[in-house]
Design a protein around this ligand. Structure first.
Ligand SMILES: [Zn+2]
Length: 150
């Protein structure tokens, strides 16, 4: 039996295959009906974080982003300001835990059970001075544009 933890959420995991090294592993994924929610993955592919767009910190970054910003920029930015997990930064891309490649293929027809996923926190971001928060968001937008125009 597992102790119920308020900071964790149970999410269905699916079989996922790495296109680079063919490693097969489980990754939690949300259904299309999970509006306003997302999963962020650590850069080493070992950790998952559940993010909710309606939380105060997520709302804060939303109002600081350009008015007409799409959901891609929003999630990219939120992942960027999410507190690191074991020193690893997070992104919206699932990664292979063996070779860290982001070229992974999820098999949504193959559930592998429930996984406990920790909820995102944004302490490092919200405790920054006001000017630094604004600067950080500007940098994130710039970074997003750069990564998407390569
Ligand atoms: Zn791999």
């Amino acid at each position: 039996m597992t102790e119920k933890n308020m900071d964790e959420i149970r999410i269905t995991a699916f079989e996922t295959t790495c296109s680079s090294c063919e490693h097969v592993f489980s990754v939690p994924a949300l259904s299309d009906f999970s509006y306003g929610q997302n999963i962020f993955y650590s850069e080493d592919g070992r950790y998952y974080i559940h993010a909710n767009a309606f939380e105060a910190s997520a709302k804060l970054i939303h109002v600081l982003l350009p008015k007409d910003c799409g959901s891609e920029l929003f999630w990219f930015s939120l992942a960027t300001i999410t507190d690191k997990i074991n020193g690893k930064s997070l992104s919206v891309n699932a990664r292979c835990p063996r070779c860290t490649s982001a070229s992974v293929k999820r098999n949504l027809g193959k559930e592998t059970g429930d996984m406990s996923v920790v909820k995102a926190t944004y302490h490092d971001f919200v405790f920054l001075p006001r000017e630094d928060i604004i600067r950080k968001v500007k940098e994130t937008v710039k970074q997003f544009i750069e990564t998407n125009t390569q």
